[in-house]
Design a protein around this ligand. Structure first.
Ligand SMILES: [Zn+2]
Length: 82
């Protein structure tokens, strides 16, 4: 199971990451997008599971940024194995 931040949940749900431009400077947005694309290649297809139970601080499994507060759980194909 992967815990994902609000921004990345919107991106995953809509397959649209243009909102990153509103949250980051242009250069930074490119950098974040590169990181996210690389991570998604590793994670593969993700499906939403629901909100995480009070995760507190967590590293977003997609953008890798440290987040505080509610996260969203996403399940990858590898979670079904074993
Ligand atoms: Zn994120």
């Amino acid at each position: 199971m992967t815990t994902v931040c609000d921004e990345c949940t919107v991106g995953l749900a809509n397959d649209d990451w243009s909102h990153l431009d509103y949250h980051h400077e242009a250069d930074e947005a490119d950098e974040v997008m590169t990181r996210i694309t690389a991570m998604l290649e590793i994670l593969g297809w993700l499906v939403p599971v629901g909100d995480a139970d009070e995760p507190g601080y967590f590293d977003c499994g997609v953008c890798g940024e440290i987040q505080c507060g509610g996260g969203h759980l996403w399940k990858g194909l590898s979670d079904d194995e074993g």
